[in-house]
Design a protein around this ligand. Structure first.
Ligand code: HPA
Length: 276
C-alpha cells in the first residue's frame, strides 16, 4: 500500500466528482503572473481550501486555486498559486498538485516563475526559457516509496525540458518580437533570498537564474512522464549583482509589469504546442 498514492487518488476522485473536464495542459503561474487567467475562457474553478487533504498556498500574491478553462481550443488546468517547500510542506505535498494535473489527463506541463537573474546579460523584465535546472540544494521530491503507477524508481533527467516545446516557445517569441533569454534555473529553498556569496557560487555552477519553486515540480512531472516547458520572468538581479535590497513587493511589481508579453508568449505557445 502506498499511502501517498492513496491520498492522491482520493483527491483525484474528489475533483472528478465536481468536474469532468480533462485538461490537455497543466500551467503553473508564478508570483505576480496569476492574472493570466483573465484571458482564459473559464469553465470551472476550485479553491485549494475546498479540497480535502490538499496543501494551502500561504504566499501573498498567490491565490490558491485550480482554474479549468480554454485557451483557444486547448483545455488547460491552471494553478493560480503554487505550493512551496519553504512554506513548511513536505516535498510530496509540494508536488502533489503536479501529480493531480497529470492524473486528470494533462500530458504537458508549462511551469512559470519569477526568478532572480544571475547571468550578466539579464535585466529585470527579461523572460528566460528554462533549458535545464539544478535542484541539488533542495530535497528530491521522489524520495520515499516510489509511486510505481506514476513512474520508475530511477527516472532519467537528461532532457527534463522538452526540446520540441522549447522550439515552439522560441518560434513564438520570434514571431511576437519578444526578446527571449535562455538558461539554467537553480532552485534554492528560500524563503530568505540568497546571499551575494551564494549567488557567486551558483554562477560558478552554471546557473543563469535562481528561484524557489520550479525544479522539484519539473522532477515530479518528468517522473510521471509529462512533457515540460519552463519560463522564468526575471524580476530582479540576484543578490549582490545590484545595490538594491531584494523584496517580494518588487518581485511582484516587475512580474506584473511584464505580464503582457508573458501572457502573449505563454498563450501562443500553448496553442502551438498542439501538433508538436
Ligand atoms: N532569488 C530567489 N527567488 C526569487 C528571486 C531571487 O532573487 N527573485 C524572484 N524569485
Amino acid at each position: 500500500m502506498n499511502f501517498e498514492y492513496e491520498k492522491i487518488k482520493r483527491i483525484l476522485e474528489f475533483i472528478k466528482e465536481k468536474t469532468n473536464f480533462v485538461p490537455d495542459i497543466g500551467l503553473v503561474l508564478g508570483s505576480g503572473l496569476g492574472d493570466f487567467v483573465e484571458d482564459i475562457k473559464v469553465e470551472f474553478i476550485i479553491d485549494y481550501d475546498k479540497i480535502p487533504e490538499f496543501p494551502q498556498s500561504t504566499v501573498s500574491g498567490h491565490q490558491g486555486r485550480f482554474v479549468f478553462g480554454l485557451i483557444d481550443d486547448v483545455k488547460v488546468i491552471c494553478m493560480q498559486g503554487r505550493i512551496h517547500y519553504y512554506e513548511g510542506y513536505a516535498m510530496s505535498e509540494v508536488v502533489l498538485a503536479i501529480r493531480i494535473m497529470k492524473l486528470l489527463g494533462a500530458k504537458i506541463l508549462f511551469l512559470t516563475n519569477a526568478a532572480g537573474g544571475i547571468n550578466d546579460s539579464f535585466q529585470p523584465g527579461d523572460l528566460m526559457l528554462i533549458k535545464d535546472h539544478i535542484s541539488c540544494f533542495v530535497p528530491n521530491p521522489l524520495i520515499g516509496q516510489n509511486i510505481e503507477e506514476l513512474g520508475p524508481r530511477f527516472p532519467d533527467m537528461s532532457k527534463v525540458y522538452d526540446p520540441a516545446l522549447q522550439e515552439v516557445i522560441k518560434e513564438v517569441a520570434r514571431k511576437l518580437d519578444i526578446p527571449l533569454k535562455e538558461g539554467v534555473y537553480i532552485q534554492y529553498s528560500g524563503p530568505a533570498y540568497e546571499t551575494p556569496a551564494e549567488i557567486k557560487f551558483f554562477k560558478n555552477l552554471g546557473a543563469d537564474a535562481v528561484g524557489m519553486s520550479t525544479a522539484v515540480e519539473a522532477i515530479a512531472a518528468r517522473h510521471a512522464g509529462m512533457r515540460i516547458a519552463g519560463l522564468s520572468c526575471i524580476t530582479n538581479l540576484a543578490a549582490g549583482l545590484s545595490s538594491a535590497p531584494l523584496s517580494h513587493e518588487d518581485v511582484q511589481k516587475i512580474a506584473s509589469q511584464t505580464s503582457e508579453k508573458f501572457k502573449n508568449l505563454v498563450q501562443d505557445s500553448i496553442i502551438n504546442f498542439k501538433n508538436r
